[in-house]
Design a protein around this ligand. Structure first.
Ligand code: ADP
Length: 416
């Protein structure tokens, strides 16, 4: 692989891309690579894109820069080819990565195990540690690692930083992170609650304080990250004290295709009595359940259409989803003792006023309510959606995981 020259030099002075240069954020999945070139100071995405269906004949690269969208449909065999194609499209349609002064590449890594509570500068030891954690996240960490390896080869002169989805939850109180499982078995096999979507929960809880002009230390916040994957967290004074995902991103809320909480004896039953293999059960719980399993549809826009058309399975799916969400909100209220803010974020949280309204229905006795007019519609900016009288503010706060990764990467390579 030919390294790309020039990248990694510090900007000599102010450039069109800002005095701190830019950070290339890479999110490498099993068959996709998403990327964003971010101005970590101004916060804007300079360019972004994704490569989908890596390894298939129908690979697709989409790149957006300056309002122009570029698409390439050449087959892309592997992650190395994907990143080379991304760098080629930067060269062809811009922005020029030399001019953008890429000061760091920030990689999203799903599982940091019990090792990583902070972002880390990538070296061979860090790569080995991520490899060691891979059995805990067999779908995610190996794919993340492939992205890191090829990016390091292609961009060798720029520091690479890994930012972990689990890091924000590394400090969970032991009472929240411990399963009531035989201590020795748990210890030996790393079985504990790690939590995920941490970059988003940390970003949103911090953003809430900034938007309200309050000190983070003074705020108790419940963050509801509702995307295709979904998780809730309780954050006391900027510190995470509970979260709904556990050893893997399967625990907790009902999700697009995942069950969330389920009696673990169901797995034993399906294996023993229904003759399902462990791999088949894994597939069932992670990819054929949740809204999709209940209603055949995991996109809320479609699900609402089905509900309106009288589809009973869709109605039940919506009810189960909202019921679980409300149950968690009540639990986290009890964990925190006092809730100043409930913040909705991610695809569903930012866009779906029906889910937001239903999740908090009937909670007036707890000092929680949603104002229908303020709640209406999609929100692209932080917005208060509770009425004036409530003790708890309900907000929609769009998440920005790429910006959070870019800022954490910059803080590591160029501390103020
Ligand atoms: P991911 O976990 O894949 O990052 P996102 O945060 O992008 O997911 O959320 C994707 C989900 O957001 C979709 O499956 C859909 O249910 C929901 N969504 C997106 N746009 C809307 C919308 N306008 N109205 C309701 N739901 C939406």
């Amino acid at each position: 692989m030919n390294p790309v020259p020039g990248i990694g030099e510090r900007p000599s002075s102010h450039s069109a891309f800002g005095a701190h240069g830019s950070v290339l954020v890479i999110n490498s999945g099993s068959s996709s690579v998403k990327y964003q070139l971010v101005n970590p100071v101004g916060g804007e995405a300079i360019a972004s894109g994704l490569v989908e269906r890596i390894g298939e004949s129908s690979s697709l690269l989409k790149h957006t820069y300056g309002g122009n969208k570029t698409e390439r449909t050449d087959p892309i065999a592997d992650h190395g080819a994907a990143l080379r194609a991304v760098l080629a499209v930067f060269e062809e349609v811009g922005p020029d990565l030399d001019e953008a002064h890429v000061v760091a590449v920030g990689h999203r890594v799903v599982h940091g195990g019990a090792v990583f509570s902070e972002p880390a500068l990538v070296d061979d030891d860090v790569v080995a540690a991520i490899e060691e954690i891979a059995p805990l996240a067999p779908l995610h960490n190996p794919a993340n690692l492939r992205g890191i390896q090829v990016a390091r080869e292609l961009l060798p002169d720029v520091p690479h930083v890994v930012v972990f989805d689990t890091a924000f939850f590394q400090g969970l109180p032991a009472a929240a992170s411990t399963y009531a499982l035989d201590h020795e078995v748990a210890q030996k096999h790393g079985v504990r609650r790690y939590g995920f979507h941490g970059t988003s929960h940390q970003y949103v809880s911090g953003k809430v304080a900034r938007v309200l002009g309050r000190r983070l230390e003074d705020l108790n916040t419940i963050v509801l990250h509702l995307g295709n994957g979904a998780s809730a967290s309780a954050v006391r004074g900027g510190v995470a004290v509970e979260t709904s995902m556990g050893m893997t991103p399967l625990e907790g809320l009902v999700m697009g295709t995942r069950t969330g909480d389920i009696d673990p004896a169901v797995i034993v039953h399906l294996h023993r009595n229904a003759g399902m293999s462990i791999d088949a059960i894994d597939d069932l719980l992670n990819r054929r359940s949740g809204l999709k399993g209940l209603a055949g549809e995991n996109d809320f826009r479609e699900l609402h259409n089905l509900v309106e058309a009288g589809d009973e399975a869709a109605r039940l799916a919506l009810d189960v989803y909202v019921h679980r969400l409300r149950k968690y909100i009540g639990a986290y209220y009890a964990v925190l003792g006092r809730v100043d803010v409930i913040a909705f974020t991610a695809g569903v949280g930012e866009n779906d006023d029906i889910v937001r309204g239903l999740a908090l229905q009937g909670l007036e006795g707890l000092g929680i309510a949603v104002d229908p007019e303020r709640n209406a519609g999609r929100k692209s900016q932080p917005t208060i959606i509770s009425p004036d009288w409530t003790r708890t503010l309900v907000m929609v706060v769009p998440t920005n995981e790429e910006l959070a990764i870019a800022r954490q990467a910059l803080a590591l390579v160029a501390p103020e």
